[in-house]
Design a protein around this ligand. Structure first.
Ligand code: URA
Length: 436
């Protein structure tokens, strides 16, 4: 390879020029091997953030990241596997509903998930709140589990997309998360490396998402669908609204308990609606239904029959988790807790999802630096959601903090967050569009 210097590539991207395939590979390989330090990679991420990347550059970046470690070939297992990924939201626990529902309908789900990023939560952190649950499996264990029970969700282990593992953590603490090429390559590299033939993407927009407007989200969705197609995978993107948190729980253990309720037929309607839409497209991509409506019907049946709930428990157990602790609601929840009470009677107005995400972080559920630990038992319960009626003095939010200082800090934020009005707020549709 021609001799390259990272500083020259930084200058090139800083000045808005395109990087070649070789330059992108040099950067990703160097970062993974440790010859390019965090400070140069942070500068690179910031240059990409400001200058963007063409579709060709983003596709090369995706491929370089996917090839930075091992890649799975699920075709060796036979059958058609599907995967799903969200671009990140607040209270977005859809994977944990959709995975068991889809697997219960006979389409195997092999999924690689992330940890929390910025103000958004991550499936891997949520699953870590189940005692004993192993988020890292070897490749053989992952494949064997998908074959056995049709469902596995793992973190990026050392040898699967190590480039994203490092870059994701770096972006989280360098204000370089919400960049279309960085999100698109992060999501798609994991999907390509995990090997599924069908990919369903949940592209969020709104205050709690990285893309604030539906137009930006559409560009991100089209970029990812184009990358998927260019790399030979069927890719479907659903644009969904993230102006308020999905469901009622925000925070890791709290969300697992909400998933348990939803899988037993007691789910918040918004959470169920988005999950049915995504799951139905996964059944379409898995080629067991041809119409999305038929898919939704099958998924509803999987909930009503208990098949999805049983699949979830089997999945927890198979990955070493204490499923009975979830059944008995014995997950650790922070004991520093306080309600936020309504000051007047009326309709609860729309919560700002991003602010709720930040509130959950302040209470202990999010990382401040890339090595910080989080408290899985902290977060927020939306006792009332936007549009619901509340009487003065009733709780709207319930906060769970890691310690008294964090709870006091959270309390200050939370007080400015809730509003009650005479008119019910107008809620936008949850599903905006599907891009095939
Ligand atoms: N989800 C990911 O996997 N990566 C991102 O960059 C954002 C959301």
């Amino acid at each position: 390879m021609i001799h390259m210097r990272m500083v020259d590539l930084l200058e090139k991207k800083r000045d808005g020029k395109s990087l070649s395939k070789e330059e992108i590979c040099f950067t990703i390989e160097g970062y993974v091997q440790g010859t390019i330090p965090d400070y140069q990679m942070a500068a690179w991420a910031m240059a990409v953030f400001f200058r963007g990347m063409s579709l060709e550059e983003t596709t090369e970046l995706t491929l370089a990241m996917a090839q930075s470690g091992n890649q799975l070939d699920l075709s060796s297992l036979g059958g058609r596997f599907v995967d799903k990924h969200s671009t990140g939201g607040v209270g977005d626990k859809t994977t944990l509903l959709v995975g068991p529902m889809v697997a219960a309908c006979g389409v195997p789900v092999a999924k690689m998930s992330g940890r929390g990023l910025g103000h958004t939560g991550g499936t891997i952190d949520k699953l870590s709140s189940v005692p004993g649950f192993r988020v890292e499996l070897t490749q053989e264990e992952f494949l064997a589990q998908v074959k056995k029970i049709g469902l596995s969700v793992i973190a990026q282990t050392g040898n699967l997309v190590p480039a994203d593992k490092k870059l994701y953590a770096l972006r989280d603490v360098t204000a370089t998360v919400n960049s279309i090429p960085l999100i698109a390559s992060s999501v798609m590299s994991k999907k390509i490396a995990a090997g599924a033939q069908g990919i369903v993407l949940d592209v969020k927009y709104g205050s709690g998402a990285f893309m604030k407007t539906v137009d930006e989200a559409r560009i991100l969705a089209k970029t990812m669908v184009d990358i998927g197609k260019a790399l030979g995978r069927q890719t479907i993107a659903v644009l969904s609204n993230m102006n308020q948190p999905l469901g009622r729980a925000v925070g890791n253990s709290l969300e697992i308990l909400e998933v348990a309720d939803a899988l037993q037929g007691k789910g918040s309607p918004d959470l169920v609606e988005v999950s049915l839409e995504l799951g139905a497209w996964m059944l379409v991509a898995g080629e067991i239904v041809s119409k999305v409506e038929t898919g939704k019907e099958r998924l509803r049946q999987s909930l009503a029959s208990g098949a999805a709930w049983n699949k979830f428990l089997a999945f927890l157990t198979e990955q070493g988790g204490d499923a009975q602790a979830v059944v008995d609601r014995r997950l650790r929840i922070a004991s520093w807790s306080l309600p936020i009470l309504a000051q007047e009677t009326g309709y609860v107005q729309l919560f700002d999802a991003q602010k709720i995400g930040i509130l959950a972080m302040v209470l202990g559920a999010g990382r401040v630096t890339k090595d910080s630990s989080i408290d899985l038992g902290t977060g927020v319960i939306l006792v009332k959601k936007a549009g619901e009626w509340v009487e003065a003095g009733e709780p709207i939010l319930q906060l769970y903090g890691s310690n008294q200082e964090m709870l006091t800090e959270g309390l200050k934020l939370a007080q400015n967050l809730v509003a009650v009005g005479r008119e019910a707020p107008k809620l936008p549709p949850l599903i905006e569009e599907v891009i095939l």
